[in-house]
Design a protein around this ligand. Structure first.
Ligand SMILES: Nc1nc2c(ncn2[C@@H]2O[C@H](COP(=O)(O)OP(=O)(O)OP(=O)(O)O)[C@@H](O)[C@H]2O)c(=O)[nH]1
Ligand SMILES: [Mg+2]
Length: 299
């Protein structure tokens, strides 16, 4: 029998003990309560009334919460090492960020049905409709490798996409969608425990957060749960092309609010990046960041 090598997961984020004890242990299980229906109007976290900020304010703020990868001396970080639209510093492990080919490897209902090889993988996690499947298509520059829909609840299984025959992107069903079929809801709850906590080849979670709306409690709970369980996470803000939502709130404000709320609970700020699957914003930058996570893990 082949032994699974112990991999380096030094990108693990240390969460501080300041976490509110009332945080649910498994936030993903919550969306299926009726109070978390995606149409419920009261999702917003109260602390979202931040003053309007300019892009340069954001840049200054980013500077204070940089994500410094291994092999990089924080004292030697220069502006050109920071990926645009993110707090991520590119370190010596970055490279191989080009997607040459992608193959759909199949869908799994349970974690134990997932591919059993030793290739590193990134899981897409986030609310239904946040743009997980669209981001996969954007990263691999294919229109419909992963199926997308305006209606939440499109992705129902664990879908593995093999990139360059060497690593996986994993598309998952979203949380926060109350009307998913009963079977999918049941699987999702056990899936979170089984998959995220035990998947040895998981390099990290990409937690997708819709930047066109103010922070939502379910996403903050989710980020905190990931942190508490020491699973490496990158926050990927989606839909950054939507400059203003119907209430006039701006992407920039929403992102800053989310970061401020996250910052309270993390000793080291997680990496975050702005993206748009509609315009390709952040695509190459995210691929570079994923390459440094992967190469470090795989060394
Ligand atoms: N404007 C804009 N729309 C986007 C973006 N990303 C996704 N969308 C739209 O949002 C909707 C949902 O996208 P999906 O990729 O299917 O979302 P998902 O997170 O995979 O959803 P589930 O599979 O239901 O969990 C679709 O109508 C997309 O076209 C983006 O960056 N900008
Ligand atoms: Mg999907």
């Amino acid at each position: 029998m082949m032994l699974m090598p112990v991999r380096t997961r030094l990108f693990t984020l240390r969460i501080s003990s300041l976490l509110p004890s009332s945080s649910p242990p498994l936030p993903f299980a919550l969306p299926f309560r009726s109070s978390f229906s995606h149409s419920a109007p009261t999702h917003h976290v109260s602390a979202t009334k931040t003053p309007k900020i300019s892009i340069s304010d954001s840049a200054k703020f980013a500077r204070t919460v940089l994500f410094i990868p291994p092999g990089t001396d924080p004292e030697e970080v220069t502006d050109d090492m920071i990926l645009p639209g993110s707090n991520i510093v590119l370190g010596p492990y970055a490279g191989d960020a080009k997607v040459k080919e992608v193959e759909f490897m199949g869908s799994s209902v349970r974690p134990k049905d997932c591919p059993k090889d030793d290739r590193p993988e990134f899981a897409m996690l986030g609310r239904s409709n946040v743009g997980k499947s669209s981001l996969i298509n954007s990263l691999v520059r294919k229109k419909e490798v992963a199926l997308t829909s305006k209606k939440p609840g499109k992705t129902q299984l664990i879908n593995h996409f093999l990139v360059n025959k060497s690593w996986y992107l994993v598309d998952l069903p979203g949380y926060g969608f109350a009307n998913a079929p009963e079977s999918a809801r049941m699987d999702w709850s056990s899936f979170t425990k089984g998959y995220f906590l035990n998947r040895e080849t998981l390099v990290g979670i990409l937690l997708l957060v819709d930047a066109s709306v103010p922070p939502k409690k379910i996403d903050l709970d989710c980020a905190n749960w990931i942190g508490r369980n020491n699973i490496p996470m990158t926050i990927v803000f989606t839909k950054c092309d939507k400059t203003k939502n119907s209430k006039g709130q701006r992407v920039d404000e929403n992102i800053k609010s989310f970061q401020e709320l996250i910052k309270e609970n993390y000793k080291i700020h997680p990496p975050w990046i702005m993206t748009s699957s509609a315009t390709g914003l952040g695509r190459d930058e995210l691929l570079l960041h994923m390459s440094q996570l992967r190469n470090y893990w795989d060394q």
